[in-house]
Design a protein around this ligand. Structure first.
Ligand code: FAD
Length: 299
């Protein structure tokens, strides 16, 4: 397990800026995430300081990543799928099962924009449809489930479910990479190659109908799109979230969360969901994490 000082979770503008400030203070910083999955990727920005003309979000991300690496920050383009508290820090697990031990964490995960799979899926929430594998896997011990989704939350979630459910099906919303598919099959996950088009059942999930007219009988449907967010990764550690959204993380002016050693910045701390705010908060979070690490190391 690699030991580091600061883990930055997220490679959008907030995480990149936090990493730049922490990296310049000569800590061992590793930044995780996928820069080209940032909300900024398709944005054309006209309201950010210092640019006379519109600037492409993609160009800002590329330049920011260059700066980040210039200041010695290691970039790992993988999502974090699990965080465990330790006596003197935190243990992190990446989607490809690399482990890190860190003193401080800066959370800059942005916000997930939920994708709907079935027109009437809301009707079945709590009656067989779930958006959180970590929260609900336990209820499906010995049962039949499907994971419909994309990204690390879906692939990692399907593997995790095999520890509970008797049968796990998977329908990828985005083409799976060869290695992802091989790992899923090796774990006993059955990959569906026809699109689920309808939930079967009146008051609770009984199965799904596929485009090729096959019916699959099921007890549960997990819809997982993107990467794990604040509810799955941070709430279990006791990080206080906004009670209305269950997404936004509560922070103080130093970007400290309710858990010592964890800082947050950017869209994940709530509106306004704007680049200038993300960058400003990233700067503060990076410096606060640096001060925290110094206090722990006695520097
Ligand atoms: C179409 C569009 C247009 C926009 N236009 C403007 C504009 O004109 N002006 C403006 O100010 N703002 C604009 N915005 C908003 C702006 O893009 C966001 O406010 C900003 O990108 C937020 O930065 P962030 O770093 O907090 O999150 P994001 O940029 O969303 O980055 C989140 C990062 O977290 C990573 N991540 C997620 N989960 C995990 C995980 N489990 N482990 C590791 N990493 C993870 C992602 O891979 C990504 O790298 C626009 C947004 C959109 C979508």
């Amino acid at each position: 397990m690699q030991e580091i000082d600061i883990a930055v979770l997220g490679l959008g503008p907030a995480g990149i800026q936090a990493g730049i400030h922490a990296g310049r203070r000569k800590h061992k910083v590793v930044a995780f995430g996928k820069p080209f999955e940032s909300s900024l990727i398709n944005a054309e920005i006209d309201n950010y300081f210092g640019f006379k003309e519109k600037v492409k979000g993609e160009d800002l991300l590329e330049a920011g990543l260059y700066q980040l690496k210039k200041f010695g920050v290691e970039v790992i383009e993988e999502d974090i799928v699990k965080i465990e508290p330790l006596e003197d820090g935190f243990k992190l697990l990446t989607e490809k099962e690399k482990e890190f031990k860190t003193i401080a964490i800066v959370v800059a995960l942005g916000v997930k924009r939920k994708k709907k799979v079935f027109n009437d899926e809301e009707k079945f929430v709590g009656k067989g449809v779930s958006y959180c594998i970590d929260c609900d896997a336990w209820f499906y011990r010995g049962k039949k489930v499907v994971v419909i989704g994309e990204g690390s939350s879906a692939t990692y979630g399907a593997k995790f479910l095999t520890q509970f459910a008797e049968e796990v099906y998977f329908y990828p919303l985005k083409e799976l990479k060869k290695d992802e598919e091989e790992i899923l099959i090796a774990k006993g996950v059955k990959i569906l190659d026809s699109k689920p088009i309808k939930i079967l059942g009146e008051d609770e999930v009984k199965g799904i109908l596929l485009e090729n007219e096959t019916q699959v009988s099921l007890d549960g449907i997990f819809i997982e799109v993107g990467a794990k967010g604040s509810m799955e990764l941070l709430a279990p550690l006791g990080v206080e979230l906004d009670p209305e959204s269950f997404t936004y993380i509560k922070v103080d002016r130093e970007m400290k969360t309710s858990v010592e050693g964890i800082f947050a910045c950017g869209d994940i701390t709530g509106p306004p969901l704007q680049l200038a705010k993300a960058v400003g908060e990233g700067c503060v979070a990076g410096l606060s994490a640096s001060d925290y690490v110094k206090s722990k190391k006695g520097g």
